[in-house]
Design a protein around this ligand. Structure first.
Ligand code: NAD
Length: 319
């Protein structure tokens, strides 16, 4: 199959590309190597794939409508995995318009470009942040989405709604996967597991928003990729599916797990809670299990262990 992965040089995207190439698929990546974090890390993420004859890269911004149309017209994919986005809750409060343009207009460009080509499946990367300050936990796909509390969350919800519209109008099979705080090898440097590991290792202060009791459903990258790959091969008319770890961990406990694996103490600095942050995320993954056979297998201790081993190996430290 020909699979187009937008954002394929990023954290989740690059793992997905690797998994698809291993299955013998032809993979085309669209990525603009956005500078949200060091683009050199993204180039490194896909370096190993570039020699594969099944791999193609278009360095392009999904806001470039003509460029997107040209790529789809010249080389129509069977499946699209749309992962390219401006990610991150807090920065979206600083630059809401940019998030809207990339996450909403970019998504619309893709949907417009593929609407008539008879695509087999379109998978959209959504986010647990859409649940916002939902008072019911765990979060399930049927919960009303009334309270997204950051521009990022609202753009992801808008993306899901746009996907529904295109699925309805043009009969495109679309699955929106709501990822819950994904971490692991190649993880985004600004996210908790990766950021805390880096700061503790360097002996620098670890800023914690709130009192450390905020709880997150951390999901190991390997589990996300299992769910995502199954979803690529299993189209539905239109579904929204949570992919989470289905286990919540307090931020202060996460820090103590990292301390333990690194053998170093953290110097924690507690800060006021950040606007846009939510007190808890917690995925109900019953639907993912029913539709995708998804079962998270790597708990936080094991996932952090794997991540820290990878982190240290890159620093030349063997454990
Ligand atoms: N990591 C998580 O915990 C998490 C949680 C929920 C949802 N998501 C979603 O999953 C997807 C992948 O996230 P990630 O953590 O791998 O982030 P990432 O930032 O590592 O990957 C996103 C990729 O999209 C690319 N990109 C950004 N803007 C672009 C543009 N205008 N045109 C083309 N490419 C562009 C970036 O260069 C990057 O390679 C995103 O849609 C994100 O919103 C991630």
């Amino acid at each position: 199959m020909k699979i187009l992965v937008t954002g394929g040089a990023g954290f989740i995207g690059s793992h997905l590309v690797g998994a698809l190439l291993e299955r013998g698929e032809s993979v085309t990546v669209i990525d603009n190597f956005d500078d949200f974090y060091d683009p050199a890390l993204k180039r490194e993420n896909i370096r190993g794939y570039r020699s594969s004859e099944n791999f193609k890269l278009h360095e392009l911004d999904i806001r470039d409508r003509d460029g997107i149309f040209r790529i789809i017209r010249d080389d129509p994919p069977d499946v699209v995995c749309h992962l390219a986005a401006k990610a991150g809750v807090r920065p979206s409060i600083e630059e809401p318009l940019l998030y809207q343009r990339v996450n909403c207009e970019g998504t619309l460009n893709l949907l417009e470009a593929i609407k008539d080509i008879g695509i087999k499946n379109f998978v959209f990367a959504s986010s647990s942040s859409v649940y916002g300050i939902n008072s019911k936990i765990p979060f399930s796909e049927d919960d009303p989405i009334r309270y997204p509390v950051s521009p990022y969350a609202s753009t992801k919800r808008a993306g899901e709604l746009m996907c529904f519209t295109y699925s309805h109008l043009y009969g495109i099979p679309i699955t929106c996967l709501r990822f819950f705080t994904v971490y692991g090898e190649r993880g985004r440097p600004e996210m908790a597991v990766q950021k805390f590991t880096h700061l503790i290792w360097e002996g620098r202060e670890v800023p914690v928003y709130g009192d450390g009791t905020a709880r997150r459903d951390f999901t190991y990258i390997g589990d996300i990729i299992n769910g995502l790959v199954t979803s690529v091969y299993r189209p539905f008319n239109y579904e929204i599916i949570n992919l989470g770890g289905s286990q919540t961990v307090e931020v202060r406990r996460l820090i103590s797990i990292i301390e333990d694996r690194l053998g170093k103490k953290a110097r924690i600095k507690y800060l006021d809670p950040a606007p846009g942050d939510v007190p808890v995320t917690y995925a109900d993954v019953t639907k993912a299990e029913r539709l995708l056979g998804y079962r998270p297998e790597v708990n936080i201790e094991a996932g952090v262990e794997r991540y820290v081993r990878w982190f240290l190996a890159r620093k030349g430290v063997e454990r």
